[in-house]
Every structure is written in structure tokens, then in C-alpha cells.
Write a protein that binds this ligand. Sequence first.
Ligand SMILES: Nc1ncnc2c1ncn2[C@@H]1O[C@H](COP(=O)(O)OP(=O)(O)OP(=O)(O)O)[C@@H](O)[C@H]1O
Ligand SMILES: [Mg+2]
Length: 270
Amino acid sequence: MATIVAMVNLKGGVGKTALSVNFADYCASAGLKTLLVDLDPQTNATFSAMGIDEWDKHKDENGTVADLLGARDHLHPDGARKDINDVIAKNLLQGFDLVPSHLDLFTVDLDLAGKPNREGRLKRALRAVRDEYDVVVCDCPPNLTIPTQNAISASTHYVVPVSPDFLSAVGIALLKSRVADFCEDIDHKIDLGGIVLSRVGRPARRRSETIQSIRQQFSADVLDQQITERAVVAGAAEEAKSLKDFPDKSAKTEFEQVSKELLERIGIAE
Ligand SMILES: Nc1ncnc2c1ncn2[C@@H]1O[C@H](COP(=O)(O)OP(=O)(O)OP(=O)(O)O)[C@@H](O)[C@H]1O
Ligand SMILES: [Mg+2]
């Protein structure tokens, strides 16, 4: 049964999507059967893995994560819902499978107001395919609304990418306590897979002090390897390519090392 990992941070732009995609890429290339679920209406992970034309056809013919969560359910008066086996896009260049996202997710909190099991819909959908994968990676939006709640309630672990600036550092403890409260409310057990220092080298005041204080405060939860800010990471996302396809191997090596540490922490043997 797949280990399911949610990449979570309330803060935007900290590298959740970059880590989700590159971790999924690493897992697939290490021979693990891997599924990436894009739960962000911004669809950044989706377009890091598939072309816009391909997505356009897929969303019409097969559906997206928005259908799995029940966004715009009222448009299907016959009650017919999408099957996750149809929604999963396969045979993508980077070797992992993908549940693509859709802008419709922006309103899913309103669409599902008053509906039962709003936060448990991804978990229920994944049940049908969980045996087929070793790892499922959920890329979340920068908030704790219904899509992120679905990721957390489906996941065995959550991972927190953090860009080391003062405000991001302040948010880690808040996030941990919010996740703990939410899991208590839904009676779900989740483990912290780790905190990943990400986009290191972005301009920030007192950068090295912030890194030091995060490592001190969250000690063993912080991965040894950190991810440096490098243009090639954004370039790979823009071109929907793997870091493997670029001559500069430094970013690829860092993501590989982070992925290995994460796999060890979440108990998956390569
Ligand atoms: N290590 C890195 N080096 C350079 N650019 C990066 C790196 N990591 C991420 N980026 C770029 O920074 C931007 C934000 O990163 P990313 O999308 O991964 O963050 P996010 O936390 O998922 O953001 P959001 O909260 O909006 O979903 C993107 O343009 C991405 O390509
Ligand atoms: Mg993102």
C-alpha cells in the first residue's frame, strides 16, 4: 500500500511544488511506482509535468482532481462522478503518474459547503488505486482549505518546505499546531516526514541566522540536505522537463539527496 506524503506550508512560494515534482521524479526514476496529485488550483505541478494542450484534452475527456473532490457537482445532475482510474494521466515524460488540477478548485470550499465528508474525498478516491503505487505525493496550495485538508486526511506523512526568511520561519510552529488540531478533529494520525530548507540563497535578511535558528528549534525534524535557489529549477518547471535533462547537475543532486533522506524518514526502502 502506498505511503502518501503531503507537501504543506501556509506560506506561498516556498518550493512546495518544486519539491513535489522533483521528489516524484526521483521516486519514479528509482523504480518506485509514483503518483503525483496536484491539489492546487494554480495547477503549477500539473504544468511542470504535462503540456497545456495535453491537459486541455485530459480535463475534458478524463477529468481532474476537482472532479474527485466534487467541485461543480451540480453540473452533473445525473450524479455521475469521475473514476480516479480515468482521472490519472499516465505515460508522462517524467515517469510518474499524475492527477492533474483545475482552476475550479478555487471554489471547491463553497461548492462543498454543507456536503458530507468534505475533507475525506481524496482519501476515498485513492483507496481504489493505493495498492498500485509505492508513493503518492500531494502538492498543496498555500493554505489549509478543503484541498489541503483532503491531502492531509489522505496522507500518512506531511513534509514542510521552508524558505529561510524570518516570516517563513515563524510560520512552522503555527503550521504544525494547525495540522495537529485538524488531525485531532478528524481522528487521523499523520507523521511529520521532515522540514526541508528550500530556495536557500534567495535574498533575505539574516539568512544564515534564520537557517541556524530553524535547525536549532526543529533539530532532528530538519533534513540535512537543503535546496539552493538555482535558475535551472524554475527553468525545468517552465519547460515541464526533468532536472535530469539539464547539463547543470547541481540542482538534480540536491533534490536527489533530499529525496533519499525523505524516503528513509518515511520508511520506504529504495
Ligand atoms: N530551488 C529553486 N531555485 C530557483 N527557483 C525555484 C526553486 N524552487 C522553486 N523555484 C521557483 O520559485 C517559484 C515558487 O516555487 P514553487 O512553485 O515550488 O513554490 P510553492 O511553495 O509551490 O508556491 P505556491 O504556494 O504558490 O504553490 C516557482 O517559479 C519555482 O519555479
Ligand atoms: Mg505550489
